[in-house]
Write a protein that binds this ligand. Structure first.
Ligand code: UD1
Length: 312
């Protein structure tokens, strides 16, 4: 039994990690300031976790949170491309300064390993598909720059202080509990909740942009594997976490038509600034070093997610 600290435990990824760890019999401590997370996501596990309402920018709180911890799963972030375009300072504070705080606290507490929620947005719009980790990153939005800068901090903390760190480049993680309610919410949470109410979703651009949409259970599995993989293979490394397949928004819309009561067409609006066009991962590095294999494919993940929103 190990003690895990999850930053951003109120988020949909953080709270999913917490549930998986509790089910495995591990101990969970979590911090969140609820800037993007939601109390509802942890309501039913609150009595089984050590929850502390705190901001990752509060170094003293992070020092306290890291005391006695084996593994840190650093998920806290302002995870939005368009929000970062509007507010680059806010994005930098949460997504870079916050990460450095967590790393300093983890280093001082001598935690075994820090696993970080990095982002596929680091690759930018380079034409090569699929994206592999050896490619030169080319971030577009301030958000992508911040996520990439944090990756470099992780590698630096491994090199300079010997703190074992692993960066997982998430490719559009989706699933139950993802917040659909903000203008910055992920596209699938928005589309599913709208279409379940028979309301029209808006596609930004021509809908031919594609994503390697990755169901949450795959991301959870990757985090657990990143904690236990031998340091010789994982520490100081960056890994894609995805499925290795991609779907356009137009294709995704059609799939959702078959799973929801919405029979109309989507509305098409202007392209969104800072967006990348296509995203598809090569996942062979994570397969070889972490033993990662996506267990739930896109369509099955979509079905499970639609079902969850339908019930809730
Ligand atoms: C997402 C994540 C980001 C993560 C990245 C890589 C969210 C909110 N963002 O960014 O944290 O680092 O994947 O894993 O989960 N779109 C519409 N209509 C809408 C909303 C979006 O057409 O109502 C379009 C967007 O313009 C974009 C695509 O859908 O082309 C995906 O957008 P979004 O879900 O916000 O994700 P990413 O920007 O790819």
């Amino acid at each position: 039994m190990a003690l895990y600290l999850i930053t951003g435990i109120g988020g949909f990824i953080g709270s999913s990690l917490a549930r998986a760890l509790l089910a495995k019999g591990d101990q969970v401590r979590g911090v969140d300031n609820f800037s993007t997370g939601n109390r509802q996501n942890i309501a039913e596990i609150l009595d089984r976790i050590d929850f502390r309402e705190a901001d990752i920018l509060d170094l003293e709180a992070m020092h306290k949170a890291c005391a006695g911890v084996d593994f840190v799963l650093h998920q806290a972030a302002i995870p939005s491309v368009p929000k970062s375009v509007l507010d680059p300072l806010g994005s930098n504070r949460a997504n870079v300064d916050g990460t450095v705080n967590v790393l300093v606290a983890a280093r001082d507490a001598r935690v075994k390993r820090v696993v970080y929620a990095a982002s596929s947005s680091a690759y930018g719009d380079t034409p090569t598909l699929p994206k592999h980790e050896a490619m030169k990153p080319d971030p577009i939005s301030p958000y992508a720059v911040a996520k990439l800068a944090s990756e470099h901090y992780l590698i630096s903390f491994y090199r300079c202080y010997g703190l074992e760190t692993v960066a997982l480049r998430y490719f559009n993680i989706f699933g139950p509990r993802q917040d659909p309610s903000s203008p910055y919410s992920g596209v699938l949470a928005k589309f599913i909740t709208l279409m379940l109410r028979a309301q029209q979703p808006t596609i930004f651009g021509d809908g031919e942009q594609s994503r390697d949409f990755t169901y949450i259970d795959n991301a959870v599995e990757a985090n657990l594997q990143a904690c236990t993989a031998p340091a010789t293979r994982a520490a100081g490394q960056v890994f894609n976490v995805a499925t290795g397949t991609r779907f356009t928004l137009n294709e995704t819309f059609k799939l959702l038509q078959g799973m929801t009561p919405y029979t109309g067409q989507p509305k098409y609006g202007p392209e969104r600034g800072g967006d990348i066009k296509h995203s598809l991962a090569d996942i062979s590095k994570a397969e070889a070093a972490l033993g990662y294999k996506p267990k739930v494919d896109f369509e099955e993940g979509l079905r499970r997610t639609v079902e969850w929103y339908r019930r809730s």
